[in-house]
Design a protein around this ligand. Structure first.
Ligand code: AMP
Length: 415
């Protein structure tokens, strides 16, 4: 027996209402803020991700699904959503459109992670990106969207954590300070952090190992080592957030796991669970489009994990609207030709009908209709066929009436 690959999930029909509901809320949110839908391929040239996420990151080092295609080109299943959108911006000349270009996506993401609850090898993200504008008003806009997305879903028990990690002007000096600080503590660091100390010292700040955790508290703080432009950006962002009444908490250890971030980084963390379970995250990436070969072009965005939103809705017991499905079943006796014609004619008029199939007794067909939760069953037996009528049975009431065949569509439409 084959099973779904480890770390992947089938989204069964009974799960679909959660997914469609969340997607509909995401779409409505994006319409509210003027973000347009974009869909990109599930795989891209591996180089796009290595270049943007950064070669020393966990995603590139350990988590990407990279494979040679049949002509030997190296391809990667999308491990995050921002780099493809930046590629689209460049490839389709979106720099000549009115800026910023506001886009959103809902797409599968692939990471060879250690599977556990809320952590999968294929998951889905709803993400937004605003490209071509450096104004901190936009950072506030995407943070507000992240906040509104979860609160509109009825998920309110979360905090928004915020930090600024500076820019290529001020970050190198800060990283030196950070390296100095951690070098002195090297014997107490976990093996991963000892290795990261040279390659990616920022990541030491968010190491979750028990030995490293207490060391981060007294580490130099990026927000205290910003250049004047980054300081002013951060201050203006915070004043926008205050003006919007958006609650957030400063967290000097928040750095995010991708190299392309500049200045603003933020994360949506549920209040009750551990740090592994961020609901969403994002930030500014002012150097990324240039890194991919374009002119210097700022950008800011966020992405939310849909599986985690589904888990949160279930945990809260939030009801989601059911998906539409037929309420009318058609049961019949005989060869079924007339029944098939009737079902087809009703569907032609836009009335959803579920056809009973197989040569079952009428009683068995009615039992099946009731098990499927049908509100009505149309019965087309031999007597009805002869008189060109049908019987319409109300399944809840157990009542039924005879209707001329020609009038059944009108009768159903009026119910
Ligand atoms: P990231 O780009 O890693 O910050 O991911 C954005 C959001 O996607 C996270 O905040 C999570 O909600 C979700 N996410 C990331 N990785 C996974 C995963 N392996 N399984 C499920 N959800 C994930």
């Amino acid at each position: 027996m084959y099973r779904a690959p480890r770390g992947t999930q089938d989204i069964l029909p009974q799960e679909q209402p959660y997914w469609r509901y969340i997607e509909a809320r995401a779409k409505a949110l994006c319409q509210l803020y003027g973000y347009e839908r974009i869909d990109t391929p599930i795989f891209e040239e591996a180089g796009l991700f290595v270049r943007s996420i950064g070669s020393g990151t966990d995603i590139v080092e350990k988590e990407m699904y990279t494979f040679p295609d049949r002509s030997g080109d190296s391809m990667t299943l999308r491990p995050e959503g921002t780099a493809p959108v930046c590629r689209v911006y460049l490839e389709h000349g979106m720099g000549s459109r009115p800026q910023p270009v506001r886009l959103y996506y809902v797409s599968p993401i692939f990471r060879y992670d250690r599977p556990q609850k809320g952590r999968y090898r294929q998951h889905h993200q709803f993400g937004v990106e605003a490209l071509g504008e450096a104004d901190p008003l936009l950072d506030a806009e995407v943070m507000e969207m992240a906040w509104r997305f979860f609160t509109d879903l009825g998920i309110s028990d979360f905090s928004i954590l915020l930090n600024s990690i500076g820019c290529p002007q001020c970050r190198p000096a800060y990283l030196e300070k950070l390296k100095d600080y951690y070098s002195r503590l090297a014997p107490r660091l976990c093996p991963d952090c000892r290795r990261r100390l040279e390659q990616n010292p920022l990541r030491l700040l968010d190491c979750k190992q028990a030995s490293c955790l207490p060391l981060g508290e007294d580490a130099p703080r990026s927000a205290e080592h910003l250049c004047s432009e980054c300081t002013s950006h951060f201050q203006r962002l915070r004043s926008y957030l205050d003006a919007l009444g958006l609650p957030y908490r400063l967290d000097h250890r928040l750095v995010r796991g991708l190299d392309y971030y500049t200045r603003t980084v933020f994360e949506v963390q549920p209040s009750e669970e551990g740090a592994q379970s961020a609901l969403g995250g994002g930030g500014r990436y002012d150097g990324l489009i240039q890194e991919l070969g374009g002119r210097p072009t700022p950008g800011v965005g966020f992405a939310a994990g849909i599986e985690r939103a589904v888990l949160a809705l279930k945990h809260l017991g939030t009801p989601v609207p059911p998906l539409p499905r037929p309420q009318v079943c058609l049961a019949y006796l005989g060869d079924g030709l007339e029944a098939a014609r009737l079902a087809s004619a009703l569907r032609q008029k836009g009335i959803p009908v579920l056809m009973a199939t197989g040569s079952r007794s009428l009683r068995a067909q009615l039992r099946q209709a009731s098990a499927l939760g049908m509100s009505y069953t149309i019965i087309l037996g031999e007597k009805e066929l002869a008189s060109q009528t049908v019987v319409l049975r109300d399944m809840a009431q157990g009542t039924q009436r005879e209707i001329p065949l020609a009038d059944i569509a009108t009768a159903l439409a009026s119910l």
